[in-house]
Design a protein around this ligand. Structure first.
Ligand code: NDP
Length: 491
């Protein structure tokens, strides 16, 4: 392999080769190599963090007025929109999602920069009621160097969700994308520089999380980590953060319940449940992976659901009609197959799926059919552990109390869905279910203006929302003396 063919990475304002191990990224639909690059090394981490700190102190970014920083963020949104199609195609190659999904992710990334530009220029600081001869106020300051660590399932959207508020707040950002999907973070960093973010303020360090991510998290100059990924990694990062007294936000895994009541609109519910679990091939933290159906409705509903699942179009991500692309890697597909085998071993029955389909033109891709398993108790391992693939476990429930007890019986509490025409029950259940996000008669709908995050093992903190920018700022109280006389104590 010749040096010129290697993809440069972004380290402290320079686009150059990493000094870590050489590796290749692959298109999950065919297994073909997409890019070859050198990962970042520990020395690159040091250079990137030091460079980010230097840029934070000397570039003047933090001192720019909010509307000036916002203008740059608006330009980033415009540049993303101007390059939407090539970005969406690149993202398809990066992680194998269908083109319809990657287009939506690119649009969402642009929307995120636009939203945080607006949040930045409209952020208010407060004059608080004084209790003495002072002006008392609460203001916000940027933190310095913050880190964004992202997983492979939704690059560009995940990175935008962290980079936009962090930059809007005036910080420098060191991004650690998933080792196997580094391309979009690099594209985004180039766009940010082109839009006017000072060089050095952003670094992108692809590489092994256990080495590079760990070193970034532990670095004394890194003042905050925003992490999206698995719960085990999140817990590890939380321990480091505790030692450093560093704030951290953790968007982690899920095993989200979808609940279909007797009076649900069946057309909507069948579609919504299929979309909730099988879109993104189930590689989604909020996948509705546990289904509870009212016992009286169970058999007819499952017949329709299984027929719907069997008809989903699993195929070439480049095809606009494809609903489910390949899984991210062969290894991940093996892990999903092991979970399905475990479910069967635990006494479950396959209602549909459980196969590696042959996809014309993508014979070496990591495809798996939409799979539904039933006949298990909520205590079964495949009902409790996150599979992160196109596997739904379905169970009947007897009454509302039983439903809520089962839905909440999980270490995870990220999302939930309820399908019913009874608005009072919908509200009661939405309030009783323990989850960071609840959808009523819909699923997996998002708005950048609505905070997102999980409870319990699904995470800590919230991203998005107008106040999402405050996660990347320190609050400061200022008392400004207005006394005509010296303080009484001094007399
Ligand atoms: P991981 O936790 O393995 O990886 C996520 C990121 O963390 C990657 O960049 C990874 O690098 C890095 N990393 C790994 N180990 C460390 C470490 N010790 N210190 C710092 N960084 C580290 O998750 P997956 O990549 O497997 O992603 C899937 C998981 O993400 C699922 O559990 C899913 O539910 C969750 N997720 C949560 C979302 C949410 O918003 N709640 C959204 C999307 C996914 P490397 O590439 O080397 O692994």
């Amino acid at each position: 392999m010749n040096q010129q063919e290697l993809l440069p990475i972004c380290i402290a304002g320079q686009w150059r080769l990493g000094t870590g191990d050489r590796y290749a990224t692959r298109y999950p639909a065919t297994g073909e190599v997409v890019a070859e690059l050198n990962a970042a090394s520990l020395a690159d981490v040091e250079e990137a963090v030091q460079g980010a700190q230097r840029a934070f102190v000397t570039s003047g970014w933090a001192q720019r007025k909010p509307h000036e920083r916002a203008a740059v963020l608006y330009r980033i949104a415009e540049l993303i929109r101007a390059r939407a199609e090539p970005l969406a195609q690149r993202q398809r190659l990066d992680n194998g999602k269908p083109i319809s999904e990657t287009r939506a992710l690119v649009a969402s990334a642009a929307g995120t920069f636009q939203f945080f530009a607006a949040a930045c220029e409209t952020l208010e600081e407060t004059l608080t009621p004084a209790r003495g001869d002072c002006l008392t106020m609460s203001v916000y300051e940027p933190m310095g160097v913050v880190a964004a660590i992202t997983p492979w399932n939704s690059p560009i959207a995940s990175e935008a969700q962290k980079m936009a508020p962090a930059l809007a707040a005036g910080n420098a950002v060191v991004v650690k994308p998933a080792e196997i999907t580094p391309l979009m973070a690099l594209e985004l960093a180039a766009i940010c520089e082109e839009a006017g973010v000072p060089k050095g303020l952003i670094s992108v360090l692809p590489g092994k999380g256990s080495v590079i991510g760990d070193a970034i998290t532990k670095h004394p100059l890194v003042k905050r980590v925003s992490f999206t990924g698995g719960t085990t990694t999140g817990r590890h990062i939380a321990h480091i953060a505790a030692d450093k007294m560093m704030p951290v936000s953790l968007e982690l895994g899920g095993k989200s319940p979808t609940m279909v009541l007797e009076d649900a609109d069946l057309d909507h519910a069948v579609n919504g449940v299929l979309y909730g679990i099988f879109s993104s091939s189930g590689e989604s933290c909020i996948a509705g992976s546990r289904l509870f159906v009212a016992r009286a409705l169970y058999e007819p509903f499952m017949d329709r659901l299984a027929a719907g699942a069997a008809h989903l179009r699993v195929g070439d991500p480049a095809d606009e009609r494809t609903q489910m692309g390949p899984l991210i890697t062969d290894r991940h597909r093996d892990s999903i197959e092991s979970f399905v085998a475990l479910g069967v071993q635990e006494g479950g029955q396959l209602r549909t799926g459980g196969l590696r389909p042959n996809v014309a033109g993508c014979e070496n891709g990591y495809f798996y059919t939409p799979t539904i398993i039933e006949g298990l108790d909520n205590q079964a391992r495949i009902c409790q552990e996150e599979i992160f693939g196109p596997v739904l476990v379905a169970m009947p429930f007897d009454n509302e109390e039983d439903l809520i007890a089962q839905a909440n019986d999980s270490v995870y509490a990220l999302a939930a869905g309820v399908w019913t025409r009874d608005y009072k029950r919908a509200w009661r259940i939405a309030r009783a279910v323990q989850a960071g996000n609840v959808w009523i008669n819909t699923y997996k709908q998002f708005s950048i203006s609505t905070p997102f995050g999980g409870w319990r093992d699904s995470g800590l903190g919230r991203e998005k929302g107008r106040l999402g920018i405050l996660q990347y700022m320190e609050q400061k109280s200022v008392y400004w003396g207005m006394n005509e006389q010296p303080l009484p104590w001094a007399n």
